[in-house]
Ligand binder design. Structure first.
Ligand SMILES: Cc1cc2nc3c(=O)[nH]c(=O)nc-3n(C[C@H](O)[C@H](O)[C@H](O)COP(=O)(O)OP(=O)(O)OC[C@H]3O[C@@H](n4cnc5c(N)ncnc54)[C@H](O)[C@@H]3O)c2cc1C
Length: 259
């Protein structure tokens, strides 16, 4: 079958993280292969999940309070909202990189809501102190996935669909040199990126799409990685029947819950 020879960079998963990684690796001149256990656009949270208003937080040039250090407020919010136990370095990276990520998606054609002056409309949500949430509406993540998918297809990048990765293949020094699949094949790789999403299905009641079972964490653990903060997962008001999650904005309105 095509792609059995592997690639310089093999990416497991085909959600937002995986597709963005594939585009970046291709930009860097690497040969890329995406392996995914569903079909592109029909599996995973980015492609399928929604909320009453789905937010993409970014500190943009016009985001208050402004100034060269505006990203610091963003990083502080991420850290504070995480109860002070998240990785401060990662919070900083996210805050500093979010504007570039937003502009990349905007250029790809994600239909972000805009103000009359053409700048992104942003609202305050979750525990943020400033309005940083960009959005298209209830389907922001789905729109992001659609745009990434279109670009992935336009560039003709390689993908194997309906294949399940079960473990990393390690070389003699313990370095990831490929991926073992459930069908018995091993796909060689110069580097492997795990982008298999969260483990919502670990909970009996959850609003994750099918198949979100934390496979990447398990693979990394079996390969010797240390895993931290696995107990931290977003818990909130959601509709199990429709799989719609109530946004931070709705919760800030102090809804009265009755049984
Ligand atoms: C209801 C809901 C509302 C949300 N609202 C927001 C919001 O408003 N703002 C926000 O920032 N975030 C929100 N999130 C979280 C956000 O959507 C996710 O964190 C993000 O989309 C995850 O992207 P990902 O690429 O990491 O994973 P996914 O998009 O889930 O992609 C994972 C991919 O890995 C594949 N895969 C998994 N295991 C294997 C395997 N063994 N072999 C091969 N492929 C595999 C899957 O098929 C899938 O393609 C929300 C989540 C939910 C569920």
């Amino acid at each position: 079958m095509a792609h059995d020879n592997g690639a310089q960079v093999v990416i497991i998963g085909s959600g937002g993280a995986a597709l963005r990684a594939a585009l970046a690796a291709a930009d860097g001149g690497a040969g890329v292969l995406v392996l995914t256990k569903g079909r592109l656009g029909e599996a995973g949270v980015t492609a399928l999940s929604c909320s009453d208003r789905m937010a993409f937080h970014a500190t943009l040039e016009h985001t208050e309070p402004g100034g060269p250090d505006a990203w610091r407020y963003h990083a502080e919010d991420i850290y504070r909202i995480g109860g002070g136990v998240s990785d401060a370095g990662l919070a900083r990276l996210l805050a500093q990189g979010a504007a570039e990520a937003f502009h990349f998606l905007d250029r790809l054609g994600v239909p972000f809501a805009k103000r009359p002056d053409g700048l992104a409309d942003q609202f305050v949500t979750d525990g943020s102190r400033y309005a940083r949430a960009c959005y298209t509406g209830p389907f922001t993540a789905n729109h992001i996935h659609e745009a990434l998918r279109k670009e992935f297809r336009r560039r003709g990048l390689a993908i194997l669909e309906n294949v399940m990765a079960v473990d990393l293949a390690l070389d003699a020094s313990g370095r990831a040199a490929g991926v073992h699949l459930a069908d018995g094949r091993t796909i060689p790789a110069g580097a492997v990126i795990l982008a298999t999403g969260g483990a919502g299905q670990a909970y009996e009641v959850n609003v994750f799409p099918e198949g979100m079972t934390g496979d990447g964490c398990a693979m990394a653990y079996r390969a010797g990685a240390e895993l931290v903060n696995l107990e931290f997962i977003q818990i909130g008001l959601s509709s199990v029947r429709t799989k719609l999650a109530c946004s931070g904005s709705m919760m800030r309105a102090w809804p009265r819950l009755a049984t």
